[in-house]
Design a protein around this ligand. Structure first.
Ligand SMILES: C[S@@+](CC[C@H](N)C(=O)[O-])C[C@H]1O[C@@H](n2cnc3c(N)ncnc32)[C@H](O)[C@@H]1O
Length: 278
């Protein structure tokens, strides 16, 4: 499909940075301020889809997936960063009552529309991640702590393939507290990347006592209640959604790491002499 679109897109390789599921796009904003060429992708950038049309900003749509591939093909070979802050709702612990996901059964209840859509989205992201490494780029996949996404079989398969190429240094996993970057709640997050430089986010690791204070945040993101069967349950409040927005300080920190991130990447397949000569 991408080849068919030849002529429609300019496939010049000129992006240093791309942010998928960018939302308010703090990382892209600061990356551009550093002088890099950055692009962003999110469902909310194209909300008025005429009847009968497909949303090209929906990664789960045919045109959205093609556009995402085009973004990556336009990344500067061996020198670009692709950030995937994938929609987390179906992967979180608070959603397990609906999704039926667990670390051992991360595929969940696929009869549910929300679960099937989230699985399709992640499977597409895994294909995009593979395209990123084939082009020598750096990928980062971010989620809130407790997200079951890291156990999903095709994600494990994709990182396993990279480990076969460069060993364990091919994939790094880190976690951090978003409150360290000015967020209103403590919000622990994790990320996987094929660049060990992602570990530099740890520079902002806080004192345990400070985290405890952040945990008593002024913002309540979930509420406990007892259901008719007498079971204790949790439900997210309207303030939970806002916690997905990256604080400015986080965007600035990531923008400062762009050169480090793309400067050292692993797990990229080597191009054989025959192909490189082609
Ligand atoms: C976890 S939020 C990321 C928010 C972002 N980090 C920020 O700072 O605003 C997930 C984002 O994914 C977007 N999204 C949800 N479904 C999508 C889809 N099918 N295709 C593309 N983007 C989608 C939402 O609009 C939302 O902005």
């Amino acid at each position: 499909m991408v080849i068919w679109t030849q002529g429609l897109y300019d496939l010049k390789e000129d992006y240093d940075w791309m942010e998928f599921f960018a939302g308010n796009a703090a990382c892209t904003t600061y990356t551009r301020l550093q002088g890099h060429r950055g692009v962003k992708f999110d469902l909310k950038y194209n909300q008025h889809v005429p009847p009968g049309s497909i949303n090209y900003m929906d990664i789960n749509s045919p045109s959205g997936f093609v556009l995402a591939i085009v973004f990556i093909l336009k990344g500067r070979v061996d020198q670009f960063v692709a950030w995937f802050g994938i929609k987390c709702s179906s992967w979180t612990q608070i959603n397990t009552g609906t999704s039926a996901r667990s670390p051992c059964a991360s595929i969940g209840d696929t009869m549910r529309k929300s679960v099937a859509e989230a699985n399709k989205m992640l499977e597409r992201i895994c294909l995009l991640v593979i395209l990123v490494v084939c082009r020598g780029g750096c990928w980062i996949l971010e989620q809130p702590n407790g997200s079951m996404l890291e156990f999903y079989p095709c994600f494990r398969w994709a990182i396993g393939q990279m480990i076969e190429i460069d060993g364990v240094k091919s994939v790094s996993r880190i976690s951090w507290w978003m409150s360290k970057f000015g967020a209103a709640t403590a919000k622990p997050q994790y990320a996987y990347s094929n660049s060990p430089s992602i570990r530099k986010v740890h520079r902002y690791e806080s004192q345990p006592s400070k985290v405890k204070k952040d945990m008593k945040a002024k913002v309540q993101t979930c509420r406990k209640y007892t259901n008719k069967q007498g079971k204790e349950c949790y439900v997210g409040t309207s303030e939970l959604k806002d916690t997905e927005i990256y604080p400015d300080m986080f965007g600035y920190t990531i923008s400062e790491l762009v050169d480090d991130l793309r400067g050292k990447v692993y797990g990229c397949p080597r191009i054989t002499k025959e192909i490189s000569g082609y």
